[in-house]
Ligand binder design. Structure first.
Ligand code: ZN
Length: 128
């Protein structure tokens, strides 16, 4: 699943639970669950990272860096770091991406982007 949608889903969860530790705890399982939904991926890694950071930056700017929505968004996007940083993996095994997920079919990248934009927009509009 695309990074910005992970941020949006984790951010929405954080805004709902309104608890920093809970938001951080929910992030990684939400990531794994999101990756199990059949989905298309965006092959452009720098776009993926860039759009994820933009979404997080907007949320942090609007709600403050330690808002549960920001922490939840960051925690939900974090597992994708293991694609980029090999030493995060456990003895070479990816921790959050076993089995590789389902790719190439399902929710299109465009629909995911649209959904991510809508959810982030909602979180920006409603302060808490
Ligand atoms: Zn992932």
């Amino acid at each position: 699943m695309i990074v910005s949608l992970h941020v949006a889903v984790g951010g929405a969860a954080g805004a709902l639970v309104r608890s920093r530790p809970l938001a951080l705890l929910l992030g990684p399982p939400l990531h794994v669950a999101g990756d199990h939904v059949p989905h298309e991926d965006i092959p452009d890694r720098s776009f993926e990272i860039g759009s994820g950071l933009v979404a997080l930056g907007l949320l942090a700017g609007r709600r403050g860096p330690f808002d549960p929505a920001v922490l939840g968004g960051a925690a939900a996007a974090m597992p994708d770091l293991e694609h980029l940083v090999p030493w995060l993996r456990l003895r070479g095994e990816k921790l959050f991406h076993r089995g590789g997920g389902r790719h190439g079919v399902g929710i299109s990248a465009e629909a995911q982007l649209l959904l991510a934009g809508a959810v982030v927009g909602l979180l920006l509009a409603r302060r808490r």
